[in-house]
Design a protein around this ligand. Structure first.
Ligand SMILES: NC(=O)c1ccc[n+]([C@@H]2O[C@H](COP(=O)([O-])OP(=O)(O)OC[C@H]3O[C@@H](n4cnc5c(N)ncnc54)[C@H](OP(=O)(O)O)[C@@H]3O)[C@@H](O)[C@H]2O)c1
Length: 219
């Protein structure tokens, strides 16, 4: 399968590596400082292609849309309609205040989700929410080596065929997949992400220690 990665940051770089290993054709791209792709490209060698955001979008059957929420408008404006493509949305509605502190936009979350916004902007694409509830460190299968358990990756969307593809890609990345329902359920998945984040902060703990919260036996 041809997978475009927008963008290969914390989450995107880990999934790009896993999908290359699983035999997919992957094109990575970077929103922001492109030099930051170098460590990933050094690891992937000629196993992955690299391009601009537009090129990754054009190349793909499936597009990982993993951008900083505040950059959503700038990025989406560059991509065209993405007609018929499957779009995997990992985003959480993270904003920044005047003191440059990040916060989750709870007002926005009352009545929408990043996935629904994405679907509205790309009506002829098939948006599926996934990978949004797991801290990025844990999306590296190597972290789980020797463990009897793996974190489950929840996904939500309205297109049945697109969801089947995404469920397979979650498994190809090394994780069990759980269907959370329609795209509107992305609101709940985003709330779940905020809850986990808040628990980690309250415990002044590493997000890594939240791992046992959502785990399934490894096969
Ligand atoms: N990280 C997680 O554990 C996690 C978990 C669940 C969901 N998500 C969501 O998944 C999406 C991708 O997350 P990621 O961690 O993989 O992001 P990332 O790729 O590491 O960063 C995304 C983009 O936003 C820019 N950016 C990051 N922080 C910024 C800031 N404070 N001010 C301005 N620009 C900033 C980065 O630019 P530069 O690279 O040039 O700095 C990059 O272009 C986000 O919507 C995030 O909310 C993340």
């Amino acid at each position: 399968m041809k997978i475009g990665v927008i963008n290969a940051g914390n989450i995107g770089s880990r999934l790009a590596k896993a999908w290359v290993l699983a035999g997919h054709e992957v094109m990575v791209s970077k929103d922001g400082e492109r030099a930051k792709l170098q460590p990933l490209l050094a690891q992937l060698g000629d196993k992955a292609l690299v391009g601009e955001l537009e090129e990754a979008a054009q190349f793909s059957d499936v597009l990982l849309f993993s951008v900083y929420w505040l950059r959503f408008e700038q990025v989406i404006d560059r991509l065209g309609s993405l007609e018929g493509k499957i779009i995997i949305d990992t985003m959480n509605p993270l904003k920044v205040n005047e003191a440059f502190e990040h916060y989750h936009d709870l007002d926005f979350m009352q009545s929408s989700s990043t996935s629904e916004e994405l679907q509205q902007r790309l009506p002829s694409a098939k948006v599926v929410k996934a990978f949004s509830t797991i801290p990025f460190h844990l999306l590296d299968k190597d972290v789980w080596q020797g463990s009897q358990m793996l974190p489950s990756v929840f996904f939500a969307g309205d297109d049945t065929e697109a969801k089947k593809v995404v469920a397979q890609l979650i498994q190809d990345a090394g994780f069990p997949s759980i269907d959370a329902g329609s795209l509107k359920k992305a609101r709940l998945l985003e709330s779940m992400g905020v809850l986990l984040h808040n628990i980690a902060e309250a415990r002044n703990d590493s997000a890594l220690n939240l791992a046992p919260t959502f785990v399934s036996p490894a096969n």
